[in-house]
Design a protein around this ligand. Sequence first.
Ligand code: SF4
Ligand code: SF4
Length: 342
Amino acid sequence: MRYVKLPKEKVCEFLERLKSMGTLYGPKKISEKFYDFREIGDVKEVEFEYNRTITPPRKYFFPERETVFTFDTVNVEIHETMPEGKPIILFGVHACDIVGLRIMDSRFIDDLPDPYYQIRRENGIIIGLSCLPDEYCFCSVRRTDFVDAGFDLFLHLLPDGYLVRVGTVTGHKLIENSPEYFEEISSEDKDNFAKFETKRRSMFTVQGNWDDMRYRLELHLDHPMYMRESDKCLGCGNCTLTCPTCRCYEVKDLPTLDGTGGERIRFWDSCQFRSHGLVAGGHNFRPTKKDRFLNRYQCKNAYCETTTTSYCVGCGRCTYFCPADIQFKENLLEVYGTGGGA
Ligand code: SF4
Ligand code: SF4
């Protein structure tokens, strides 16, 4: 892997360079408490020290609503509405969210290729950014706090700039074509990188490894935590809509009023909605809140073969944005500790 340094005084110029290559998106502060990935107009709007965004980066490759095709009932034709394939530059993605994108790839590219997702992803450039955990983060026990794939460049904070890891040929070309922004790293930079990493790892409120979490949960499907916590759940779907790896969607045909055509759309769905498990004849596979709640805990703790991590990457969004203050990490720990093992 190649390493270079991006000095602090060159960061804005580098962002301008990225902006000239396509549509630049990055983390922005949007209110007193919240950050979100948004299109960057002025590069000074980019937030470098955010904890988590409301919506996850998957929204740029798998939008919350999109038209799949339009139909013409008069001529009996359909017209696919493929994405244009414009360059998408996503700056400031944390390690856990990069694993989230790799998990999305495993489902939407490796398993059953989805051309809408694939075209956008092939036109995406991902620039990672280091971070320090808050009390909601538990990516280290998920092994998603440090990535060695899924990014073109990854920026690690130094006192006077960033140590940049180059992850792909695209990242390499970015550096080669903009040598004026980068310099060689010094031994002091290497020491500062190591110090940052040591500090970062020591800050997690949970330590260890949750590789066996799935099995611990499966052995206690009747744990009282599920009934107690699902009782509080409002079924709002915030936990899934903000999750970087949730990918359930609904498909609907919307005809025009005159009946001459219409469009087929797909939009994000949530397993926490009662309608999600509803099928023909009014049968519901998950009729109770507890069924839906349990499903999410099982789904998120299953393993993705590609990343060899759980589908939960430990970003903390589902707790941070839950209006009922349901604590995902603490609830998992409660079940994990059943029998005295936590
Ligand atoms: S965000 Fe909280 S209240 Fe809303 S569905 Fe998820 S667990 Fe329930
Ligand atoms: S389940 Fe919660 S903590 Fe895990 S990745 Fe999804 S939003 Fe983040």
